[in-house]
Design a protein. Sequence first.
Length: 457
Amino acid sequence: MTGTLFGTDGIRAVAGEEPLTPGTVARLAFSFGELLRAKHTSSGADRRPFALVGHDGRASADFLVAAVEAGLAAAGVDFQETGLVTTPGLSTLVREMEAAGGAMLSASHNPAHDNGIKLFGRGGEKLGDADEAEIERRVAATPQKSGHGHREFGQHRLGSLIRPEIYLGGLIERAGIAEGALRGRKVAFDGAHGGGSELGPELLRSLGAEVVEIGTAPNGKNINDGVGALHPETLAKAVLEHGCCFGVALDGDGDRSMCVDEQGHILDGDGVIAACAPDLKHRGRLPGQTVVVSVMSNLGLAARLREQGIATDVVPVGDRHLVARLKEKGYALGAEPSGHVIFGSENHYIGDGLFTALRILELLQRTGKPFSELAAFPRFEQVLLNVRVVRRDPLETVAPIEEARRSAAQALGDRGRIVLRYSGTEPLCRVMVEAADKPTAQRHADAIADAVRRTLA
Protein backbone atom coordinates (compact mmCIF):
# COMPACT_ATOMS: atom_id res chain seq x y z
CA MET A 1 0.00 0.00 0.00
CA THR A 2 1.55 3.32 -1.08
CA GLY A 3 1.00 6.78 0.33
CA THR A 4 -2.23 7.39 -1.56
CA LEU A 5 -4.84 6.40 1.00
CA PHE A 6 -6.07 9.85 1.98
CA GLY A 7 -7.71 12.33 -0.35
CA THR A 8 -8.92 15.84 0.38
CA ASP A 9 -11.43 14.61 2.96
CA GLY A 10 -10.36 11.25 4.34
CA ILE A 11 -10.51 8.01 2.37
CA ARG A 12 -13.20 7.32 -0.20
CA ALA A 13 -13.65 4.41 -2.63
CA VAL A 14 -15.98 1.65 -3.75
CA ALA A 15 -16.71 -0.47 -0.68
CA GLY A 16 -15.04 -3.89 -0.93
CA GLU A 17 -12.35 -2.63 -3.30
CA GLU A 18 -8.95 -1.37 -2.20
CA PRO A 19 -8.38 0.41 0.05
CA LEU A 20 -11.81 -0.35 1.56
CA THR A 21 -11.24 -4.08 2.06
CA PRO A 22 -11.39 -5.68 5.52
CA GLY A 23 -7.67 -6.34 5.66
CA THR A 24 -6.54 -2.88 4.59
CA VAL A 25 -9.12 -1.13 6.77
CA ALA A 26 -8.04 -3.18 9.80
CA ARG A 27 -4.39 -2.28 9.17
CA LEU A 28 -5.35 1.36 8.74
CA ALA A 29 -7.31 1.31 12.01
CA PHE A 30 -4.43 -0.42 13.76
CA SER A 31 -2.05 2.32 12.62
CA PHE A 32 -4.60 4.96 13.64
CA GLY A 33 -4.93 3.26 17.02
CA GLU A 34 -1.17 3.23 17.50
CA LEU A 35 -1.09 6.94 16.81
CA LEU A 36 -3.89 7.59 19.31
CA ARG A 37 -2.22 5.40 21.90
CA ALA A 38 1.11 7.19 21.50
CA LYS A 39 -0.51 10.60 21.94
CA HIS A 40 -2.59 9.32 24.85
CA THR A 41 0.46 7.92 26.62
CA SER A 42 2.47 11.11 26.11
CA SER A 43 -0.32 13.06 27.82
CA GLY A 44 0.28 11.10 31.01
CA ALA A 45 -3.08 9.28 31.04
CA ASP A 46 -3.05 5.99 32.92
CA ARG A 47 -6.12 4.34 31.32
CA ARG A 48 -6.37 2.83 27.86
CA PRO A 49 -7.51 5.38 25.27
CA PHE A 50 -10.91 4.91 23.70
CA ALA A 51 -12.31 5.90 20.32
CA LEU A 52 -15.80 6.32 18.92
CA VAL A 53 -16.94 4.62 15.70
CA GLY A 54 -19.96 5.80 13.69
CA HIS A 55 -21.48 5.38 10.24
CA ASP A 56 -23.97 7.01 7.86
CA GLY A 57 -26.15 3.97 7.16
CA ARG A 58 -24.62 2.35 4.06
CA ALA A 59 -24.95 -1.42 3.60
CA SER A 60 -21.16 -1.76 3.76
CA ALA A 61 -21.05 -0.16 7.21
CA ASP A 62 -21.24 -3.45 9.09
CA PHE A 63 -18.08 -5.03 7.71
CA LEU A 64 -16.16 -1.75 7.71
CA VAL A 65 -17.11 -0.95 11.31
CA ALA A 66 -16.01 -4.46 12.30
CA ALA A 67 -12.67 -4.01 10.53
CA VAL A 68 -12.07 -0.63 12.18
CA GLU A 69 -12.87 -2.02 15.61
CA ALA A 70 -10.59 -5.02 15.07
CA GLY A 71 -7.70 -2.74 14.20
CA LEU A 72 -8.33 -0.44 17.16
CA ALA A 73 -8.54 -3.39 19.56
CA ALA A 74 -5.28 -4.84 18.21
CA ALA A 75 -3.62 -1.49 18.86
CA GLY A 76 -4.78 -1.48 22.47
CA VAL A 77 -7.55 1.10 22.03
CA ASP A 78 -11.02 0.63 23.51
CA PHE A 79 -13.96 1.53 21.29
CA GLN A 80 -17.63 2.36 21.50
CA GLU A 81 -20.19 2.62 18.71
CA THR A 82 -22.47 5.58 18.09
CA GLY A 83 -24.55 3.81 15.47
CA LEU A 84 -26.16 5.95 12.75
CA VAL A 85 -24.79 9.48 13.11
CA THR A 86 -23.63 12.50 11.13
CA THR A 87 -19.96 13.31 10.75
CA PRO A 88 -20.29 16.54 12.80
CA GLY A 89 -22.24 14.54 15.37
CA LEU A 90 -19.38 12.07 15.75
CA SER A 91 -16.87 14.91 15.93
CA THR A 92 -18.88 16.60 18.69
CA LEU A 93 -19.24 13.39 20.67
CA VAL A 94 -15.48 12.77 20.50
CA ARG A 95 -14.95 16.18 22.06
CA GLU A 96 -17.75 16.02 24.62
CA MET A 97 -16.92 12.48 25.78
CA GLU A 98 -13.18 13.26 25.89
CA ALA A 99 -12.36 10.35 23.59
CA ALA A 100 -8.89 9.98 22.16
CA GLY A 101 -10.30 9.98 18.64
CA GLY A 102 -13.01 8.76 16.33
CA ALA A 103 -13.63 7.04 13.00
CA MET A 104 -16.61 7.90 10.77
CA LEU A 105 -17.57 5.45 8.03
CA SER A 106 -19.07 7.61 5.30
CA ALA A 107 -18.69 8.58 1.66
CA SER A 108 -20.59 11.83 2.18
CA HIS A 109 -22.49 12.73 -1.01
CA ASN A 110 -21.26 9.71 -3.01
CA PRO A 111 -23.67 6.91 -4.06
CA ALA A 112 -24.46 3.95 -1.80
CA HIS A 113 -21.88 1.56 -3.27
CA ASP A 114 -19.08 3.86 -2.13
CA ASN A 115 -17.89 4.31 1.42
CA GLY A 116 -15.04 6.02 3.21
CA ILE A 117 -13.32 6.78 6.47
CA LYS A 118 -12.87 10.14 8.18
CA LEU A 119 -10.56 10.13 11.20
CA PHE A 120 -10.65 12.50 14.16
CA GLY A 121 -8.23 13.14 16.99
CA ARG A 122 -8.76 14.38 20.51
CA GLY A 123 -11.08 17.38 20.59
CA GLY A 124 -13.00 16.11 17.57
CA GLU A 125 -10.77 17.76 14.98
CA LYS A 126 -9.99 15.99 11.71
CA LEU A 127 -6.48 14.62 11.53
CA GLY A 128 -3.95 16.92 9.92
CA ASP A 129 -1.79 16.11 6.91
CA ALA A 130 1.17 15.08 9.09
CA ASP A 131 -0.88 12.53 11.05
CA GLU A 132 -2.43 11.13 7.86
CA ALA A 133 1.04 10.77 6.33
CA GLU A 134 2.25 8.98 9.48
CA ILE A 135 -0.68 6.55 9.32
CA GLU A 136 0.06 5.81 5.67
CA ARG A 137 3.71 5.20 6.55
CA ARG A 138 2.72 2.77 9.29
CA VAL A 139 0.27 0.92 7.02
CA ALA A 140 2.93 0.49 4.35
CA ALA A 141 5.51 -0.66 6.93
CA THR A 142 3.24 -3.35 8.42
CA PRO A 143 1.25 -4.72 5.47
CA GLN A 144 0.13 -8.03 6.97
CA LYS A 145 0.65 -8.16 10.73
CA SER A 146 1.01 -5.84 13.66
CA GLY A 147 3.84 -7.56 15.48
CA HIS A 148 2.43 -6.58 18.88
CA GLY A 149 0.88 -9.80 20.14
CA HIS A 150 2.15 -9.03 23.64
CA ARG A 151 0.12 -5.83 23.86
CA GLU A 152 -2.94 -5.40 26.06
CA PHE A 153 -5.83 -5.42 23.63
CA GLY A 154 -8.57 -2.83 23.46
CA GLN A 155 -12.12 -3.80 24.34
CA HIS A 156 -15.62 -2.98 23.22
CA ARG A 157 -16.99 -0.73 25.96
CA LEU A 158 -20.09 -2.23 27.47
CA GLY A 159 -23.52 -0.64 27.26
CA SER A 160 -25.94 0.39 24.56
CA LEU A 161 -25.13 2.62 21.60
CA ILE A 162 -24.44 6.22 22.51
CA ARG A 163 -27.64 8.24 22.53
CA PRO A 164 -27.60 11.57 20.65
CA GLU A 165 -28.84 13.82 23.48
CA ILE A 166 -25.36 15.16 24.20
CA TYR A 167 -24.90 16.20 20.60
CA LEU A 168 -28.39 17.60 20.00
CA GLY A 169 -28.52 19.43 23.31
CA GLY A 170 -25.23 21.12 22.52
CA LEU A 171 -26.51 22.25 19.12
CA ILE A 172 -29.55 23.89 20.70
CA GLU A 173 -27.47 25.64 23.35
CA ARG A 174 -24.88 26.97 20.89
CA ALA A 175 -27.52 28.11 18.41
CA GLY A 176 -29.19 30.15 21.14
CA ILE A 177 -32.65 28.98 20.14
CA ALA A 178 -35.25 28.97 22.89
CA GLU A 179 -37.26 25.99 24.07
CA GLY A 180 -40.42 25.69 22.01
CA ALA A 181 -39.24 28.38 19.58
CA LEU A 182 -40.53 26.45 16.56
CA ARG A 183 -44.02 25.83 17.91
CA GLY A 184 -46.53 26.61 15.18
CA ARG A 185 -43.90 26.38 12.42
CA LYS A 186 -43.84 23.71 9.74
CA VAL A 187 -40.34 22.72 8.62
CA ALA A 188 -39.34 20.29 5.86
CA PHE A 189 -36.32 18.09 6.56
CA ASP A 190 -34.47 15.89 4.04
CA GLY A 191 -31.97 13.50 5.63
CA ALA A 192 -30.67 12.03 2.33
CA HIS A 193 -31.39 8.59 3.86
CA GLY A 194 -28.09 9.11 5.66
CA GLY A 195 -26.54 9.85 9.01
CA GLY A 196 -28.99 12.61 9.92
CA SER A 197 -32.15 10.62 9.17
CA GLU A 198 -33.04 10.14 12.84
CA LEU A 199 -31.24 13.12 14.35
CA GLY A 200 -32.84 15.84 12.21
CA PRO A 201 -36.52 15.13 12.91
CA GLU A 202 -35.78 14.49 16.60
CA LEU A 203 -33.99 17.84 16.89
CA LEU A 204 -36.69 19.88 15.15
CA ARG A 205 -39.58 18.23 16.99
CA SER A 206 -37.85 18.81 20.33
CA LEU A 207 -38.18 22.55 19.59
CA GLY A 208 -41.87 22.29 18.76
CA ALA A 209 -41.76 22.18 14.95
CA GLU A 210 -44.14 20.19 12.79
CA VAL A 211 -41.74 18.25 10.59
CA VAL A 212 -42.31 17.11 7.02
CA GLU A 213 -39.85 14.24 6.55
CA ILE A 214 -38.05 13.31 3.34
CA GLY A 215 -35.17 10.89 2.96
CA THR A 216 -35.34 9.58 6.52
CA ALA A 217 -35.69 5.83 5.85
CA PRO A 218 -32.17 4.49 5.17
CA ASN A 219 -32.01 0.90 3.94
CA GLY A 220 -28.29 0.76 3.15
CA LYS A 221 -28.80 1.27 -0.57
CA ASN A 222 -30.76 4.52 -0.94
CA ILE A 223 -28.43 7.14 0.54
CA ASN A 224 -28.32 10.29 -1.64
CA ASP A 225 -30.57 8.58 -4.19
CA GLY A 226 -32.75 11.41 -5.54
CA VAL A 227 -32.80 13.10 -2.15
CA GLY A 228 -30.57 15.23 0.06
CA ALA A 229 -28.32 18.18 -0.64
CA LEU A 230 -27.47 16.87 -4.12
CA HIS A 231 -31.16 16.87 -5.08
CA PRO A 232 -32.70 19.88 -3.29
CA GLU A 233 -35.50 20.07 -5.85
CA THR A 234 -37.19 17.23 -3.92
CA LEU A 235 -37.14 19.37 -0.79
CA ALA A 236 -38.32 22.47 -2.66
CA LYS A 237 -41.36 20.59 -3.94
CA ALA A 238 -42.24 19.43 -0.41
CA VAL A 239 -41.89 22.93 1.04
CA LEU A 240 -44.44 24.28 -1.44
CA GLU A 241 -46.81 21.31 -1.16
CA HIS A 242 -46.94 21.44 2.64
CA GLY A 243 -46.68 25.21 3.15
CA CYS A 244 -43.45 25.06 5.14
CA CYS A 245 -41.66 28.18 6.36
CA PHE A 246 -38.26 26.63 5.71
CA GLY A 247 -36.60 23.45 4.47
CA VAL A 248 -33.16 21.93 4.89
CA ALA A 249 -31.55 19.02 3.06
CA LEU A 250 -28.41 17.35 4.39
CA ASP A 251 -25.87 15.39 2.42
CA GLY A 252 -25.20 11.76 3.37
CA ASP A 253 -23.06 12.49 6.40
CA GLY A 254 -24.67 15.77 7.42
CA ASP A 255 -21.74 18.17 7.23
CA ARG A 256 -23.32 20.03 4.33
CA SER A 257 -26.80 21.40 3.77
CA MET A 258 -28.91 23.09 1.13
CA CYS A 259 -31.81 25.28 2.22
CA VAL A 260 -35.19 26.18 0.71
CA ASP A 261 -37.15 29.32 1.54
CA GLU A 262 -40.93 29.54 1.99
CA GLN A 263 -41.34 30.32 -1.74
CA GLY A 264 -39.58 27.11 -2.81
CA HIS A 265 -36.32 28.80 -3.85
CA ILE A 266 -33.20 26.68 -3.33
CA LEU A 267 -30.52 28.56 -1.38
CA ASP A 268 -26.94 27.35 -1.00
CA GLY A 269 -24.11 28.45 1.28
CA ASP A 270 -24.08 31.88 -0.36
CA GLY A 271 -27.71 32.34 0.70
CA VAL A 272 -26.82 31.47 4.29
CA ILE A 273 -24.03 34.07 4.24
CA ALA A 274 -26.38 36.68 2.78
CA ALA A 275 -28.90 36.07 5.58
CA CYS A 276 -26.59 35.63 8.55
CA ALA A 277 -23.64 37.98 7.94
CA PRO A 278 -25.59 41.28 8.18
CA ASP A 279 -27.32 40.05 11.33
CA LEU A 280 -23.99 39.15 12.94
CA LYS A 281 -22.59 42.55 11.98
CA HIS A 282 -25.62 44.32 13.44
CA ARG A 283 -25.15 42.47 16.72
CA GLY A 284 -21.42 43.12 16.89
CA ARG A 285 -20.52 39.47 16.32
CA LEU A 286 -18.71 39.70 12.96
CA PRO A 287 -14.99 40.25 13.69
CA GLY A 288 -13.22 42.27 11.02
CA GLN A 289 -16.58 42.89 9.33
CA THR A 290 -15.48 40.02 7.06
CA VAL A 291 -16.76 36.62 5.99
CA VAL A 292 -14.83 33.80 4.31
CA VAL A 293 -16.07 32.44 0.97
CA SER A 294 -14.66 30.08 -1.64
CA VAL A 295 -13.67 30.86 -5.22
CA MET A 296 -16.99 29.31 -6.26
CA SER A 297 -19.03 31.91 -4.39
CA ASN A 298 -21.28 34.08 -6.53
CA LEU A 299 -19.95 37.50 -7.49
CA GLY A 300 -23.34 38.97 -6.70
CA LEU A 301 -22.95 38.03 -3.03
CA ALA A 302 -19.70 39.95 -2.70
CA ALA A 303 -21.32 42.99 -4.32
CA ARG A 304 -24.29 42.91 -1.92
CA LEU A 305 -22.08 42.44 1.13
CA ARG A 306 -19.89 45.39 0.11
CA GLU A 307 -23.01 47.57 0.12
CA GLN A 308 -23.59 46.45 3.72
CA GLY A 309 -20.01 47.18 4.82
CA ILE A 310 -18.93 43.53 4.84
CA ALA A 311 -15.81 42.26 3.10
CA THR A 312 -15.18 38.79 1.65
CA ASP A 313 -11.98 36.82 2.16
CA VAL A 314 -11.71 34.29 -0.70
CA VAL A 315 -10.11 30.84 -0.25
CA PRO A 316 -9.82 27.71 -2.45
CA VAL A 317 -12.63 25.14 -2.56
CA GLY A 318 -12.88 22.87 0.47
CA ASP A 319 -14.10 23.23 4.04
CA ARG A 320 -10.60 22.77 5.42
CA HIS A 321 -9.60 26.04 3.71
CA LEU A 322 -12.59 27.81 5.25
CA VAL A 323 -11.68 26.50 8.70
CA ALA A 324 -8.01 27.41 8.35
CA ARG A 325 -8.79 31.02 7.38
CA LEU A 326 -11.44 31.41 10.09
CA LYS A 327 -8.97 30.24 12.73
CA GLU A 328 -6.11 32.30 11.32
CA LYS A 329 -8.05 35.57 11.25
CA GLY A 330 -10.51 34.97 14.05
CA TYR A 331 -13.49 35.39 11.74
CA ALA A 332 -16.96 34.15 12.71
CA LEU A 333 -18.56 32.89 9.49
CA GLY A 334 -17.53 31.13 6.30
CA ALA A 335 -19.33 29.14 3.62
CA GLU A 336 -19.16 27.80 0.11
CA PRO A 337 -22.00 27.18 -2.37
CA SER A 338 -21.71 23.39 -1.97
CA GLY A 339 -23.33 23.78 1.43
CA HIS A 340 -20.39 23.77 3.82
CA VAL A 341 -21.14 26.47 6.40
CA ILE A 342 -18.78 27.11 9.32
CA PHE A 343 -19.90 29.31 12.21
CA GLY A 344 -16.38 29.71 13.58
CA SER A 345 -15.67 29.17 17.24
CA GLU A 346 -19.40 29.33 18.06
CA ASN A 347 -19.66 25.75 16.81
CA HIS A 348 -16.02 24.74 17.36
CA TYR A 349 -15.25 25.27 13.63
CA ILE A 350 -17.40 22.26 12.72
CA GLY A 351 -19.41 22.32 9.51
CA ASP A 352 -22.81 20.95 10.49
CA GLY A 353 -26.00 21.06 8.42
CA LEU A 354 -28.22 20.73 11.50
CA PHE A 355 -26.50 23.64 13.25
CA THR A 356 -26.88 25.75 10.10
CA ALA A 357 -30.62 24.98 10.07
CA LEU A 358 -30.96 25.96 13.73
CA ARG A 359 -29.13 29.25 13.18
CA ILE A 360 -31.43 30.17 10.31
CA LEU A 361 -34.56 29.13 12.20
CA GLU A 362 -33.44 31.18 15.21
CA LEU A 363 -32.95 34.16 12.88
CA LEU A 364 -36.42 33.72 11.37
CA GLN A 365 -38.00 33.46 14.82
CA ARG A 366 -36.14 36.47 16.24
CA THR A 367 -36.63 38.85 13.29
CA GLY A 368 -40.05 37.69 12.13
CA LYS A 369 -38.82 37.99 8.54
CA PRO A 370 -39.12 35.28 5.86
CA PHE A 371 -35.98 33.53 4.67
CA SER A 372 -36.63 34.70 1.10
CA GLU A 373 -36.17 38.30 2.23
CA LEU A 374 -33.14 37.71 4.44
CA ALA A 375 -31.19 35.64 1.88
CA ALA A 376 -31.91 37.72 -1.23
CA PHE A 377 -29.13 39.17 -3.39
CA PRO A 378 -28.74 39.77 -7.16
CA ARG A 379 -26.96 36.67 -8.44
CA PHE A 380 -24.64 36.42 -11.42
CA GLU A 381 -25.45 33.39 -13.58
CA GLN A 382 -23.21 30.38 -12.98
CA VAL A 383 -22.77 27.27 -15.10
CA LEU A 384 -20.92 24.32 -13.57
CA LEU A 385 -19.97 21.34 -15.76
CA ASN A 386 -18.29 18.15 -14.57
CA VAL A 387 -16.12 16.38 -17.12
CA ARG A 388 -14.89 12.85 -16.35
CA VAL A 389 -11.15 12.54 -16.96
CA VAL A 390 -8.60 9.73 -17.11
CA ARG A 391 -5.55 11.95 -16.49
CA ARG A 392 -4.85 14.87 -14.18
CA ASP A 393 -2.28 16.86 -16.10
CA PRO A 394 -1.77 20.37 -14.70
CA LEU A 395 -4.57 22.24 -16.45
CA GLU A 396 -2.49 25.29 -17.26
CA THR A 397 -0.04 23.09 -19.22
CA VAL A 398 -2.68 21.62 -21.57
CA ALA A 399 -2.63 24.01 -24.54
CA PRO A 400 -6.22 23.53 -25.86
CA ILE A 401 -7.67 23.97 -22.38
CA GLU A 402 -5.58 27.03 -21.63
CA GLU A 403 -6.45 28.54 -25.00
CA ALA A 404 -10.20 28.04 -24.36
CA ARG A 405 -9.88 29.48 -20.87
CA ARG A 406 -7.94 32.53 -22.06
CA SER A 407 -10.42 33.22 -24.84
CA ALA A 408 -13.35 33.07 -22.40
CA ALA A 409 -11.59 35.25 -19.85
CA GLN A 410 -10.86 37.90 -22.47
CA ALA A 411 -14.50 37.92 -23.58
CA LEU A 412 -15.87 38.13 -20.03
CA GLY A 413 -13.52 40.83 -18.77
CA ASP A 414 -14.57 42.06 -15.33
CA ARG A 415 -18.18 40.93 -15.88
CA GLY A 416 -17.50 37.30 -15.13
CA ARG A 417 -14.91 34.73 -14.13
CA ILE A 418 -13.76 31.15 -14.69
CA VAL A 419 -12.79 28.47 -12.18
CA LEU A 420 -11.12 25.28 -13.43
CA ARG A 421 -10.10 22.55 -11.01
CA TYR A 422 -10.00 18.82 -10.46
CA SER A 423 -12.37 17.24 -7.95
CA GLY A 424 -10.67 16.10 -4.78
CA THR A 425 -12.88 13.01 -4.45
CA GLU A 426 -13.86 11.93 -7.98
CA PRO A 427 -12.15 11.60 -11.41
CA LEU A 428 -13.69 14.85 -12.61
CA CYS A 429 -12.58 18.22 -13.91
CA ARG A 430 -14.96 20.93 -12.76
CA VAL A 431 -15.58 23.84 -15.13
CA MET A 432 -17.36 26.84 -13.65
CA VAL A 433 -18.12 29.98 -15.63
CA GLU A 434 -19.91 32.98 -14.17
CA ALA A 435 -21.38 35.77 -16.25
CA ALA A 436 -24.11 38.41 -16.20
CA ASP A 437 -26.45 36.18 -18.24
CA LYS A 438 -26.94 32.42 -18.55
CA PRO A 439 -26.36 32.03 -22.32
CA THR A 440 -22.96 33.72 -22.09
CA ALA A 441 -21.89 31.57 -19.14
CA GLN A 442 -23.15 28.40 -20.87
CA ARG A 443 -21.36 29.19 -24.15
CA HIS A 444 -17.96 29.67 -22.53
CA ALA A 445 -18.39 26.72 -20.16
CA ASP A 446 -19.25 24.41 -23.06
CA ALA A 447 -16.19 25.56 -25.00
CA ILE A 448 -13.82 24.90 -22.09
CA ALA A 449 -15.47 21.57 -21.23
CA ASP A 450 -15.11 20.43 -24.87
CA ALA A 451 -11.38 21.21 -24.67
CA VAL A 452 -11.11 19.14 -21.49
CA ARG A 453 -12.91 16.19 -23.11
CA ARG A 454 -10.68 16.28 -26.18
CA THR A 455 -7.48 16.22 -24.17
CA LEU A 456 -8.07 14.47 -20.82
CA ALA A 457 -11.17 12.28 -21.13
